[in-house]
Design a protein around this ligand. Structure first.
Ligand code: ATP
Length: 459
């Protein structure tokens, strides 16, 4: 994809993310570990804001939504019953020469041409991405992506799996939620948590990871109400994208073909985003029917039916699942927010995050750090503001211009500077500060007593 103001290439994002403390390669000093990344101070703040907005919108502000936080390790029967042990796999191919392994459905084949340059029908050329060997691979085989480990200290310790999706933990708590809070249909159970997938080829920064985080809802409905619920969640997902700064024209719905759907799904819509490496899945929305509760009821022998108190009817609810990867969301948000422009004749980079997800809402600084009276006043403004808006930062390093540029690069919407006018050098400006806007770089004066209200209004 051509580089534009809103679509930087990946190198720029990866380098900004590292330089400014958003995302670092995992275990870096030992050469890293493929498919793992660590979030730094601003990355974790951004991620937490993204998650709490999701929780707020999908749980707290709705009726009949309940949260859970289930254990990552679960009884192996959960995954046997759900079909993951048998079917949670991707097709794998191996280059016979260099033994490198690839995901067969991600491998690019090119049509073979004759001497005149005409395509020879039915003959494709596969070139190993690693060593360049042509058409010399083993037959594709299925590779199960679940990470195995052992629970217990004995020799015959039980094999357990790290969950490959958070949904399993939600289905395990469906009965607990029914028995403890007695929700009426339709209702949903939400969870945010880690999931693990032994991806054949982790790649594209935090797009395809082996350790990832998901925000998932299992929304339980009457069987004949699934279509209506499905459409409602489609709208909610677009609304969420809008709030976190993902532009409408970069998000596309893809109706997944039956042969490409997961084994449990009767309808799936992928929400695809225009990444620099192509249009790829950001989130998924699936109609899981009554598949999960039915198989768990059958395998466990525990009844998982819902009793309608009014009609005395008993049935297994159907499920709509909006599933959002946190890491892919962070990536899409970083790409969407990235801007380059000229400000006062200088090139600058800034992240135009919507203020609600910006890791730092405002930076407070004294114009000069070697003037104790400025520092003292700035410290008191900072202390008071931090009580109302905790994501506030103090910065007195380098000159003021450098401080602004640093804040631009981490997407801080406001910078507050305490100068001599604040102290009363110009009498009518006493107890006012300059408030700088990230996107325009313009500054205005505002009374100290108005700063908190001004920022919270924008949030
Ligand atoms: P893909 O086709 O890209 O492998 P998937 O269809 O297997 O993805 P789902 O099983 O639908 O993905 O998972 C739900 C969401 O979890 C995805 O939409 C994505 O946001 C996130 N996700 C899945 N796999 C990964 C991964 N390896 N790294 C980061 N996020 C992931």
């Amino acid at each position: 994809m051509k580089e534009t103001a809103t679509h930087p290439n990946m190198e720029k994002i990866i380098s900004l993310a590292k330089r400014r403390g958003f995302v670092f390669p995992g275990s870096e000093i030992y050469g890293g570990l493929a498919g793992t990344f660590d979030y730094g101070p601003y990355g974790v703040a951004l991620k937490n804001n993204i998650k709490s907005l999701w929780w707020n919108m999908f749980v707290d502000l709705r009726d009949n939504m309940y949260g859970v936080d289930a254990a990552i390790l679960m009884n192996t029967k959960v995954w046997e019953s759900s079909g993951h042990i048998e079917g949670f796999s991707d097709p794998l191919i191996e280059c016979k020469k260099c033994k490198h392994r690839f995901r067969a459905d991600h491998v690019q084949k090119k049509p073979k041409k004759d001497a005149q340059g005409k395509v020879i029908e039915g003959e494709d050329v596969w070139t190993c991405e690693h060593c360049g060997t042509k058409n010399d691979m083993k037959e594709p085989q299925q590779f199960n992506m679940m990470f195995k480990t052992h629970a217990g200290a004995s020799e015959d310790a039980m094999t357990v799996y790290l969950r490959p999706e958070t949904a399993g933990g939600i289905f395990m708590n469906y009965k607990n939620v029914i028995d403890s809070v007695h929700p009426k249909l339709p209702f949903g159970i939400a969870q945010i948590g880690k999931a693990f997938r032994n991806e054949i080829a982790p790649r594209d920064f935090i797009f395809r990871l082996r350790e990832l985080e998901q925000m998932e809802v299992e929304y339980f409905v009457r069987p004949d109400e699934w279509e209506q619920a499905f459409d409602e969640w489609r709208i909610r997902m677009h609304e969420y994208a809008d709030i976190i700064g993902i532009a409408k024209d970069t998000l596309h719905e893809l109706e997944v073909l039956p042969e490409d759907r997961a084994h449990y799904s009767k309808r799936t819509v992928d929400f695809e985003f225009d990444y620099p490496f192509g249009r790829k899945e950001l989130w998924g929305l699936a109609y899981r029917t009554d598949f999960d509760l039915s198989v768990h009821e059958k395998s466990s022998g525990v009844e998982l039916k819902y009793l309608d108190e009014a009609t005395k009817e008993k049935f297994i609810p159907h499920v709509i699942e909006p599933s959002l990867g946190v890491d892919r969301t962070v990536l899409a948000v970083l790409l969407s927010a990235y801007r380059e422009d000229d400000l006062g004749g200088d090139k600058r980079v800034y992240l135009a995050f919507p203020p609600a997800i910006a890791p730092v809402k405002a930076m407070v600084s004294p114009l000069l750090k070697n003037k104790p009276e400025l520092v003292e006043k700035a410290r008191s403004v900072y202390k008071d503001l931090k009580k109302v808006i905790p994501q506030i930062m103090w910065d007195d390093n380098g000159n003021i211009g450098k401080r602004y540029r640093r804040q631009d690069e981490i997407g801080t919407p406001f910078c507050i500077t305490i100068d001599f006018d604040t102290l009363g050098e110009t009498a009518e400006l006493k107890d006012t500060v300059t408030l700088r806007d990230r996107d325009t770089g313009t500054q205005k004066r505002i009374a100290i007593s108005d700063i908190a209200r001004h920022i919270t209004d924008v949030l």
